[in-house]
Design a protein around this ligand. Structure first.
Ligand code: CTP
Length: 477
């Protein structure tokens, strides 16, 4: 008697059999036995005794990459945190970038958003349950993990990341993440104390070592009244851009073979061993440019003042405190093809900084004598020999933005200036968005001004790197 191995059947037939079996509440083997029995008895193929599951209720089938359109598919796991409401906007942002989105909600996420809302926005069934007979009759969690091109977790809660780091699989989301053979992008969101807890730091470090990509969290106000710090989920547009970068890596790396040198962040100028002068720069813009230049294939050296940001992957980061240390590291990193000075360098330092802590008991107010710091941008722009061919400065202004930026372009002898309004109302300092104007010195000596719409700092970085790539291409043509 011949034997039949269902495993060896054609995929399409197996899928059809699974649907029929699930619709009739039978095992696949049982369903096959019944079909064969009916055939032998000469009866037409029997219809399922219960209605066949509608395609939307069936186990997920691969919907990407669509072989014709090439549209990639994202499994979006929504974790249980207040930022879950932003995940609904993320669905839109991913879809407007031409991606299929299929959502999975943890049980905690359902306290914040409903499967109905996620399903309506994604135009796909939303999955919630590891033991759902409608999708698990053929190990649907494995298919949710594999039949996609990218898994995005937003918000990635401390708990979900702890589970991932430990390899737990006790609900649908964690089972998918453990079974995944596709890239994973996490958008963490939690209270700053939870983010800074050593356990979370360990888990995040482990996940990064495991090759998992992260975006954010950003600094800002928390949902909890009066709390602020690093822990806000990255904005949906930022997450969508990060997802796009993973799904559609640049085919060409326009800055391959180029060395890009970048300064970022504030500098700290000591008053005594425990006190310093600083400014409000977060370093985000410089870090975003470093990441974008790296993505464009450049070898990147980032000289950063004290910031609360993780080092961008693949970038050589030199951490410094003061302006003089920054200048020394910049000089040591030369030669470079492109130098971008995004740091908010302190203009002055204390000449008579104390080697011991200044004491109140000494009587009277401390007399701090200020001295000007070296201008790093101007120093590098004026180098007679090792000047990078393209030197770009930033002009942080609170008034007369364009006029002041033009003056800086001339005074500092750089080639381009990125001018941005940093007056408090804009929220640029420490914030995630930036409105900039690019001033470029043209061959005929005139200055061209290109004003960009309000963008996230990641978008500003990507646009600036795009301009640099075109410039490099034109220069070598
Ligand atoms: N810059 C620098 N070294 C300094 C001061 C500024 O490299 N000591 C660079 C910044 O990184 C930026 C540009 O110069 O690219 C302009 O910085 P900005 O703070 O806008 O201007 P300042 O030169 O400090 O002038 P002002 O404070 O008068 O606006």
């Amino acid at each position: 008697m011949a034997s039949l191995t269902i495993r060896k059947l054609d995929e399409a037939i197996k899928a059809e059999l699974r649907l029929r079996a699930a619709g009739n509440g039978r095992s696949v083997e049982e369903e096959v036995r019944i079909i064969l029995g009916e055939l032998i008895q000469g009866r037409p193929e029997a219809a399922p005794s219960s209605p066949r599951l509608p395609p939307s209720a069936a186990a997920p089938t691969r919907n990407s990459p669509d072989p014709v359109s090439g549209i990639p598919s994202v499994t979006l796991i929504i974790g249980g945190g207040i930022a879950a409401y932003k995940a609904l906007d993320l669905i839109r942002r991913l879809k407007e970038r031409h991606m299929h989105v299929r959502c999975v909600l943890t049980s905690a996420a359902q306290q914040f958003v409903t499967p109905l809302a996620a399903g309506a926005l994604s135009h796909e069934r939303c999955y919630t349950n590891l033991f759902d007979p409608g999708s698990e009759f053929d190990a649907g969690h494995i298919r949710l993990a594999r039949d996609c091109d990218l898994i995005v977790v937003a918000p990635a809660t401390a708990d979900l990341m702890a589970k991932m780091a430990q390899g737990h699989a006790d609900d649908l989301a964690s089972a998918i993440l453990l079974a995944a053979d596709k890239p994973i992008l996490l958008a963490p969101a939690m209270n700053p104390l939870m983010w800074n807890n050593p356990a979370t730091r360990r888990n995040v470090a482990q996940l990064v070592r495991d090759g998992i990509a992260t975006i954010g969290p950003n600094a800002g106000e928390m949902a909890e009244a009066g709390e602020a710090g690093v822990g806000r989920m990255a904005e949906p547009t930022e997450i969508a851009i990060a997802a796009e970068r993973i799904l559609r890596p640049p085919q060409v790396q326009p800055l391959k073979g180029k060395h890009v040198l970048i300064t970022a962040g504030p500098t700290h100028e000591p008053i005594d061993p425990v006190r310093y002068i600083a400014n409000r720069s977060s370093g985000k813009q410089g870090f975003a440019i470093a990441a974008a230049a790296h993505a464009a294939g450049a070898e990147v050296t980032l000289v950063s003042g004290p910031v609360d940001l993780d080092d961008p992957a693949g970038v050589m980061v030199k951490h410094v405190e003061s302006a003089r240390e920054m200048l020394a590291q910049v000089e040591a990193a030369l030669p470079a093809d492109i130098a971008i000075f995004a740091a908010a360098v302190a203009d002055w330092r204390v000449k008579n900084a104390g080697s011991q802590k200044l004491k109140k008991s000494a009587g009277g107010l401390p007399q701090l004598e200020m001295i000007e710091n070296p201008d790093i941008l101007a120093t590098i722009s004026r180098l007679p020999f090792r000047r990078p061919p393209l030197v770009i400065g930033f002009a942080a202004e609170t008034e007369h933005l364009i006029d002041n930026a033009k003056i800086k372009l001339t005074r500092k002898r750089c080639d381009w200036i990125v001018a941005n309004d940093v007056s408090p109302a804009t929220g640029v300092m420490g914030g995630d968005r930036n409105t900039v104007h690019l001033l470029t010195r043209e061959a005929d000596g005139t200055v061209a001004i290109d004003s960009w719409p309000v963008m996230t700092k990641d978008e500003v970085a990507a646009t600036l790197v795009g301009r640099i790539a075109s410039h490099v291409k034109d220069a070598s043509a």
